[in-house]
Design a binder for this molecule. Structure first.
Ligand SMILES: *[C@@H]1O[C@H](CO)[C@@H](O)[C@H](O)[C@H]1NC(C)=O
Ligand SMILES: *[C@@H]1O[C@H](CO)[C@@H](O)[C@H](O)[C@H]1NC(C)=O
Ligand SMILES: *[C@@H]1O[C@H](CO)[C@@H](O)[C@H](O)[C@H]1NC(C)=O
Ligand SMILES: *[C@@H]1O[C@H](CO)[C@@H](O)[C@H](O)[C@H]1NC(C)=O
Ligand SMILES: *[C@@H]1O[C@H](CO)[C@@H](O)[C@H](O)[C@H]1NC(C)=O
Length: 230
């Protein structure tokens, strides 16, 4: 959920969305029960694959939640809109994100969770039946209005002098129809993203991803990685 006005303008002049190649290879990750963690790192931009500040994601599960820790290295601006609160469009500024669905297929519906360096979160179920946010296709956002009431919590620490930003989120398994205590062995599709902005270049953004889509569009679900809770 990050298309800014510049990108929307760019998309509008592209006549048709590129076909998803049938032979794309997406990464896989085994995720253990907490306190062990499955870890990925990425350091390439979307879609140009130039150097991108290193970003790490640690994932584990317990009886009731998925636990995700996002670590941003080399963050220089920590640029946010201070007026934004829960479910504001924080993807216009600086954010780390995960898109999550249970199962093995390319999802039409998935959770989009984002967090900003000031600990503001965005959380919504997305309905994206084209699986690529195709022009003219339905694309709907069902906000999680009361994340704390639902048990979706987050914490954030930043160390600006060394460019470090760490945010952790606990996401209820029940969001995905996984009952407490039954996560072992479940399979998932997920992706992880980071958006960098600077006051001097706003609203232009710099994007990074774990599993790289072939265009600056995070909502391409065939590119979500494969995750197994082991
Ligand atoms: C997919 O196929 C195309 C066309 O044959 C090829 O150029 C591309 O490198 C392939 N990609 C992968 C990930 O194998
Ligand atoms: C991150 O910062 C370190 C230390 O300043 C530097 O050595 C490294 O090249 C930077 N990496 C990126 C991807 O910016
Ligand atoms: C699942 O476990 C969490 C944490 O213990 C608890 O808050 C929640 O009510 C449980 N959910 C159900 C449906 O029992
Ligand atoms: C935040 O709100 C204040 C008061 O309405 C406004 O003056 C300011 O421009 C807003 N900041 C941003 C970044 O939108
Ligand atoms: C971040 O938000 C959570 C609620 O999701 C809150 O519990 C926490 O105290 C906030 N602050 C920090 C610094 O993590």
């Amino acid at each position: 959920m990050f298309l800014n006005t510049v990108l929307i303008a760019a998309v509008a002049v592209v006549p048709a969305l590129a076909q998803i190649p049938s032979n794309i290879s997406v990464p896989s990750l085994n995720v253990p029960a907490c306190p062990k963690k499955g870890t990925v790192t990425y350091d390439k931009s979307v879609p140009d694959q130039v150097a991108f500040p290193r970003t790490k994601v640690d994932v584990c599960y317990d009886d009731s939640h998925i636990d995700i820790t996002f670590t941003a290295y080399n963050e220089t601006n920590f640029f946010v809109n201070p007026n934004y609160t829960t479910n504001s469009p924080i993807y216009q500024y600086t954010a780390m994100e995960t898109f999550i669905s249970r199962g093995t297929g390319d999802p039409q519906t998935y959770l989009e969770f984002e967090i900003a360096p000031n600990n503001v979160t965005f959380q919504a179920m997305i309905y994206n039946p084209s699986k690529v946010r195709a022009d003219g296709a339905p694309f709907d956002t069902f906000y999680v209005a009361e994340p704390l009431v639902d048990g979706l919590t987050a914490t954030t620490t930043v160390n600006k002098p060394i460019g470090l930003w760490v945010s952790s989120a606990r996401i209820p398994l029940g969001f995905f129809n996984v009952d407490n205590g039954t996560a072992h062995g479940t399979q998932w599709r997920m992706n992880f993203f980071r958006i960098i902005t600077a006051p001097s270049t706003f609203p232009a953004q710099f994007y990074g991803a774990w599993s790289q889509p072939d265009e600056a569009n995070f909502h391409m679900t065939p590119y979500f990685g494969h995750i197994t809770f082991v």
